[in-house]
Design a protein around this ligand. Structure first.
Ligand code: HEM
Length: 503
């Protein structure tokens, strides 16, 4: 691979614009007809966030490649390039590239994540999400749901005291049930003993994971669109099957609500009202719920899992965090959302986790207007822009103090480094945008910014954690921090740990 890459792919930056009248960003040299299919199918097949970062080391903070006979891809890997895309040209880049598999069951044509922002249905979906997930009133109304599911998780983990737990699976149940209760006031996962080793994962979890795997895989239908009707890699077929299972699940919740005639003041009530006025179809409702689950499903729990992995590797930091929580929560049995606003170290741990492991490591946009240029290069309409949030979070120019190290202190006031306590999820510094920016910024930001620290604090309050004793006591260096990128950035090996209830 290295030799092939050296021979085929290097194009010196100074030659970048030699063949065209308008300058083009540098990038791997392409072959006739297939262009950069090699880059696409081989280099980007595993952990694309790392492969793109390696290519950026060769070609710089803006580079381009063309995977086959499709549109041109442009990759941005520095804070200033992210600012140009997500702020200065925000309106012109408010669409997304739609992979062929996403067209299965017309999902892309009704999905908040893939519709262009000019589409009235996208606007409707964003308003609905905003009312429940972002507005002050919505966040206040849904707070009891977050508190209840964080507490349920704590109770369940205390019941597992001394047993080995799969951390991500345990939190998955809490995150999905919190979202499902905001959407339709019912649980979607039977949390029972989920997370305890040996207990089977629910099928729902596998369906979501399969969709992410599918959409992250390079697909010949995207590289060579004339082959799309053949679906040679079977990607659209598998996506159809998995989406159908989600739609069926969501239709069930809708049918039950309609049959009962009950009202719960949740998202389902709101969308059924729009349905009664013929503003939304049942299929639009299923797609909106799919978006919300796909958005929330793995992001929240993997962030907690990454944080726990780092804390288990740094027992002094875990103790510091537990001490902060104990000092604030005191004799109360459980942490509540009202407690977490004033816990600076907890806030710093979550922010540092998302710097190193942004749940969505690469944000995608598509150029939808004329007259856009990035890095001084004019962009054609339809160009797919990839913003490598993972690489930007580790950019040594922006994070000079040990960018690869887990140092929550950099997010504390006076903590030094690029952050110096000034960066927030909506901050003006594009060295740190784990939720994206602009009108396509993550609609789940406010939910996640509350729920992730609440869950983490609930797991640490009155609970000590240690690594399991499998073959001898595991040392903290045994916590494997290798990652695996689907659409989301997971631990390659799920984290297992043992909670000990300290009463
Ligand atoms: C730690 C948690 C999360 C992280 C780090 C995260 C990150 C992101 C990022 C980077 C984007 C792309 C933004 C852009 O292009 O500018 C995004 C989009 C999106 N997220 Fe999240 N997310 C999280 C949680 C959630 C939750 C809880 C939900 C739902 C309740 C959600 C739903 C979505 C949806 C629907 C989109 C597409 C929005 C659109 O295109 O208009 N996410 N997320």
């Amino acid at each position: 691979i290295h030799v092939a890459r050296t021979l085929l792919l290097r194009r010196p930056r100074k030659q970048a614009s030699s063949r065209s009248s308008s300058p083009v960003p540098p990038g791997p040299i392409g072959l006739p007809i297939i262009n950069n299919a090699f880059t696409f199918f081989v280099l980007l097949r595993h952990n694309p966030h790392r492969a793109l970062a390696r290519l950026a080391e060769t070609y710089g903070p803006i580079f381009t490649f063309r995977p086959g006979m499709t549109c041109t891809f442009v990759v941005l890997s520095s804070p200033s390039m992210a600012r140009e895309a997500l702020a200065e040209n925000e309106a012109a880049l408010a669409s997304r590239f739609v992979p062929d598999s996403v067209r299965a069951l017309a999902y892309g044509a009704g999905s908040m994540a893939f519709l262009p922002s000019s589409d009235p249905l996208w606007k409707h979906h964003r308003v609905t999400a905003g009312v429940f997930l972002t507005s002050g009133r919505g966040l206040a109304a849904t707070r009891p749901v977050r508190d209840r599911h964080a507490r349920r998780l704590a109770v369940r983990l205390r019941g597992c005291s001394g047993r080995t737990v799969k951390v991500g699976e345990a939190v998955f149940a809490a995150a999905n049930n919190a979202i499902s209760n905001i959407l339709f006031s019912e649980d979607v996962v039977d949390d029972g003993l989920l997370g305890v080793q040996g207990v089977r994962r629910p099928a729902f979890m596998d369906v979501v994971a399969a969709l992410f795997e599918e959409w992250a895989k390079p697909n010949v239908s995207d590289a060579f669109p004339f082959l799309a009707p053949l679906d040679l890699f079977g990607s659209r077929r598998r996506t159809s099957r998995n989406l159908a299972r989600l739609y069926e699940l969501f239709h069930g919740f809708v049918e039950r609500r309609v049959a009962s005639g009950e009202r719960h003041g949740d998202v389902l009530d709101a969308v059924l009202e729009r349905h009664a006025k013929s503003q939304l179809t049942r299929s639009d409702i299923a797609k909106l719920f799919t978006d919300m689950f796909i958005g929330a499903s793995e992001t929240t729990n993997i962030t907690v899992e990454w944080a726990m992995a780092h804390l288990l590797r740094h027992p002094a930091k875990m103790e510091k965090l537990r001490a902060e929580i104990t000092a604030k929560v005191g004799p109360k049995d459980f942490v509540e959302e009202a407690d977490i606003g004033d816990l600076p170290y907890l806030d710093a741990v979550v922010k540092e986790t998302l710097r190193l492991h942004p749940a969505v490591p690469v944000a995608t946009r598509e150029v939808a207007m004329h007259g856009v240029s990035l890095g001084g290069f004019p962009m054609a309409i339809g160009t797919c822009v990839l913003i490598n949030l993972w690489a930007i979070g580790r950019d040594p120019a922006a994070w000079p103090d040990q960018p690869e190290a887990f140092m929550p202190e950099r997010f504390m006031a006076g903590g030094g480094g690029a952050a110096a306590g000034a960066l927030g999820f909506r901050g003006s510094d594009f060295a740190y945008r784990p939720f994206g920016a602009g009108r396509r910024m993550c609609p789940g930001l406010d939910f996640a910014a509350r729920f992730v620290p609440l869950v983490l604090a609930s797991m640490l309050h009155r609970m000590e954690w240690r690594l399991p004793e499998t073959e001898g006591v595991m040392g903290k260096e045994d916590v494997d921090l290798s990652d695996h990128c689907t659409l989301v950035l997971k631990l390659a090996r799920p984290l297992v740990a043992v909670p000990e209830y300290t009463a």
